[in-house]
Design a protein around this ligand. Structure first.
Ligand code: SF4
Length: 288
């Protein structure tokens, strides 16, 4: 009988991209991270990439678990160090497609320095940053992305610090592709992931995602579904919007879209061109 029931469950192609022996995952009910992974798999599925040449790097945190669940060459780096780890991978083996998948605390607090320099250098990688406005795994502390007035475990009377406007930060530092979506916008997000992965240079996607267990509960915002309703009702799609105008406020309007899509030489292209100029024909171009 059990056999018959199992047979009746249709195969989900997402499973082919996951380490099913690691499932069930650790994410809480209503958390948006799993939805972003589903979009990521759909983007990979339709990207015609050689998956043997794709590497996913995560740091520490709830989103940092993504690398461990992907059935790809993946690396779970130390806190904040996903980007330098990914930079090393890319420079050692430039033919790899390197994707950093991590959270807002990991990438813009502990790893903030690495984020700005990888964008400045235009290191050829895609950074998918899941922003749940808080440090989830470590207990709900305030992060550089926590909106002003929002409550966290370390700001019980509300946050009084300005938070990062991440698309503006990424663009100012030199990212060639910058987009923002939410876990409600699954089709847009999948398309953006596909575009960002195909892009040469530092591409960046911010994905707003509900953390019902810590952020929403503490701020009395309801469950994961309530947050999805909020995303649906308060998002405005504005492709090409000036990133200076897309800062987020506590439960305010969310400007989504593809903001930046431009060309700029990558770190390796600049390095090769520079040394070619300096050393002439005696310089052998580095391509891994
Ligand atoms: S703590 Fe928040 S971000 Fe982490 S898994 Fe739970 S709901 Fe998701």
């Amino acid at each position: 009988m059990l056999y018959e029931i199992e047979e009746a469950i249709p195969h989900n192609s997402v499973e082919d991209y996951l380490r099913m022996d690691r499932i069930p995952h650790i994410w809480c009910p209503g958390c948006g991270i799993g939805t972003t992974v589903n979009c990521f798999v759909r983007a990979l599925e339709t990207s015609n990439l050689n998956l043997d040449k794709v590497s996913v790097v995560s740091g520490i945190g709830c989103t940092g678990r993504v690398a461990g669940y992907m059935n790809l060459d993946s690396f779970h780096a130390t806190h904040g160090r996903a980007i330098p780890f990914a930079t090393g991978l890319k420079l050692a083996n430039p033919e790899l497609k390197v994707i950093v998948y991590s959270g807002d605390g990991d990438l813009t607090a502990i790893g903030g320095n690495h984020f700005i320099h990888a964008a400045r250098r235009n290191v050829d990688m895609t950074v998918i940053l899941v922003n749940n406005f808080i440090y989830g795994m470590t207990g709900g502390q305030v992060a550089p992305t926590t909106p002003m007035t929002a409550t966290a475990t370390t700001t019980p009377f509300g946050n009084f610090e300005n938070s990062f406007n991440l698309p503006y930060l990424a663009e100012s530092c030199g990212a060639v592709y910058v987009a923002r979506w939410t876990s409600y916008h699954v089709r847009h997000l999948t398309k953006a992931m596909k575009e960002a992965i195909a892009k040469k240079g530092f591409s960046f996607i911010e994905v707003l995602s509900p953390c019902p267990t810590l952020y929403s509960r503490r701020n009395k915002l309801g469950d994961g579904l309530d947050q999805m309703v909020y995303y649906e009702k308060n998002s405005e799609i504005k492709h090409g919007a000036d990133t200076r105008t897309v800062a987020l406020e506590f439960q305010g309007k969310i400007i989504c879209g593809k903001f930046i899509d431009k060309e700029r030489p990558t770190y390796l292209e600049l390095m090769n061109a520079h040394y070619k100029k300096v050393f002439g024909d005696s310089f052998q171009e580095y391509n891994g």
